[in-house]
Design a protein around this ligand. Structure first.
Ligand code: ADP
Ligand code: ADP
Ligand code: MG
Length: 456
């Protein structure tokens, strides 16, 4: 487990922010040299300063830098990197980019392009789940050709339904339709939005379920051995975007955990999955029933909670697998120990509808002490620009049980000091203090309820 992977001596990090630093840390521990790409906006960032080599690949606009696959590959070849790690977002779920890396002799740290493509289309992913015997959210069997077809499917399912873009992601590209009268205008609007946001207006639909939890299974596969690393509960969301994540889920019994883990493994085998990945599901807590929702074929923002409870370094495993190594772990080696909670600290103003709050960080103090891990790329003097995702830090707290993890998360949020921009930290403190969260009784609409109560 300690020897450096033979096929990867030098790795290019094709991302920015906290995940760039997270990947760099994994490389350091593996004895791999670190190359970092950056846009003009990130010239003075910590990942650039901490890399062995760094190269500017373009202007702030992501389309001309972090999303410009050709430029990333050129940089990797110029720096003589063996591998490219795409992190999350940007090029991470772009099958054409993964294929381009392979064609140019670079190892893509992620699954085979065919698995990315199969799972990247949400309608195709549902079909694969069904073929693997994994229950999917009730909905259309394939994509919707027209509003008329959508109306037919929705009528049979019963309202409300959720229109979803096959190419959607990041909590975007979804519309709830409450009744038949709303279907046609919503269908047209959703199609236009999806076309503009993802370059693909194709839609499908699902029954809109309420009182549900978002529970996802972390997977590690070397192509032969497929392991499940327990679950993360990401039910604390605002506008379908995650705010707080924890493991284990307070809503899952041992039998359901086992069933979901086995289903996720079957799904991975069905698509020839290799690498780290996440199978996202909806859970109905009362019935202890689950439905497949989508698969994310990359490392996720909230992967540290799983690292805390399993002791397994997911990013290092991902790099070793990409280097062609076999997993040294077996399912029996995966044991969950204690409880972990992650808070996403974003530069957003909760008092202004979570509007972005860019600016210069005048002061930064991160919490520490027992059970506290902070994944961040910022320090005093860092500038939070308007160009990218507003995530500035992840506070990940571990405890022997949920109560201790929660107490540490509250304590860590109180210690955190960030001056110069508004952050979500005060709102997250309120969220953790709510009676529902303390009881572990959250559902995916719970945060919105909390916000409505505060506004009333
Ligand atoms: P996770 O699924 O790891 O919890 P998020 O949903 O927060 O992560 O996504 C991580 C990052 O990737 C965010 O910046 C999000 O906006 C971006 N992202 C994820 N999927 C897509 C997509 N299909 N299109 C565009 N951006 C995406
Ligand atoms: P994304 O690719 O944007 O992450 P997902 O399909 O993972 O999209 O859905 C994001 C969130 O939307 C889920 O975590 C859940 O809260 C909500 N959601 C998705 N599907 C449904 C559904 N059928 N019923 C109710 N809520 C849903
Ligand atoms: Mg999702």
């Amino acid at each position: 487990m300690s020897a450096a992977p033979a096929r990867i001596r030098r790795l290019l990090v094709a991302n920015r922010g906290e995940i760039a630093l997270r990947i760099q840390r994994a490389c350091r521990e593996l004895g791999i040299e670190v190359c970092q790409v950056y846009s003009e906006a990130d010239r003075d960032s910590l990942p650039v300063r901490l890399a062995d080599q760094a190269v500017c690949i373009g202007p702030a606009r992501a389309g001309e830098s972090y999303l410009a696959g050709e430029r990333v590959v050129e940089a990797a070849l110029a720096l003589r990197a063996d591998a490219v790690h795409p992190g999350y977002g940007f090029l991470s779920e772009n099958a054409a980019f993964a294929a381009l890396c392979e064609r140019r002799g670079l190892i893509f740290v992620g699954p085979p392009p065919a698995a990315i493509a199969a799972m990247g289309d949400k309608a195709s992913a549902r079909a694969i789940a069904l073929a693997a015997g994994v229950p999917v959210t009730p909905g259309s069997t394939g994509v919707l050709a027209s509003a008329a077809q959508a109306r037919e499917v929705a009528g049979a399912l019963g309202y409300p339904v959720l229109l979803k873009a096959v190419a959607g992601g990041g909590g975007r590209g979804m519309r709830v339709v409450a009744s038949a009268g709303e279907l046609e205008p919503q269908f047209d609007a959703a199609r236009r939005e999806a076309q503009a946001a993802f370059g693909d207006g194709t839609l499908y639909l699902e029954k809109y379920l309420s009182g549900i939890r978002h529970v996802e299974i972390q997977i590690l596969s070397d192509g032969e051995t497929v392991l499940h690393l327990g679950e993360r509960d990401c039910s604390s969301q605002r506008r379908n975007q995650k705010l707080v994540e924890e493991s284990p889920s307070p809503g899952l019994g041992a039998a359901l955990r086992e069933a979901m883990g086995e289903a996720a493994v079957r799904l991975c085998r069905q698509v020839g999955y290799r690498s780290a990945g996440t199978v996202e599901c909806i859970v109905e807590p009362a019935a202890q029933r689950f439905y497949f929702m989508e698969m994310n074929t990359r490392v996720q923002v909230e992967h540290p909670v799983t690292e805390c409870v399993t002791g397994i370094d997911i990013v290092k495993q991902q790099i070793r697998i990409a280097a062609g190594e076999r997993l040294a772990l077996r399912q029996a080696d995966v044991r969950l120990h204690g409880h972990a909670i992650e808070c996403r600290i974003n530069a957003e103003d909760p008092a202004a509808g979570f509007a972005p709050s860019p600016g210069l960080l005048a002061a930064v103090h991160f919490p520490g002490g027992p059970g506290v891990r902070v994944d961040s790329h910022v320090q005093a003097g860092s500038v939070i620009g308007p160009h990218y995702d507003s995530l500035i830090a992840k506070l990940v707290c571990w405890g022997a049980d949920r109560d201790e993890a929660l107490a540490r998360a509250r304590r860590a949020l109180a210690e955190l000091r960030i001056e110069g921009v508004r952050t979500t930290a005060p709102f997250l403190a309120r969220l953790l203090d709510s009676a529902e969260f303390r009881r572990g009784e959250v559902h995916t609409r719970f945060v919105e309820t909390l916000l409505e109560e505060a506004a009333a």
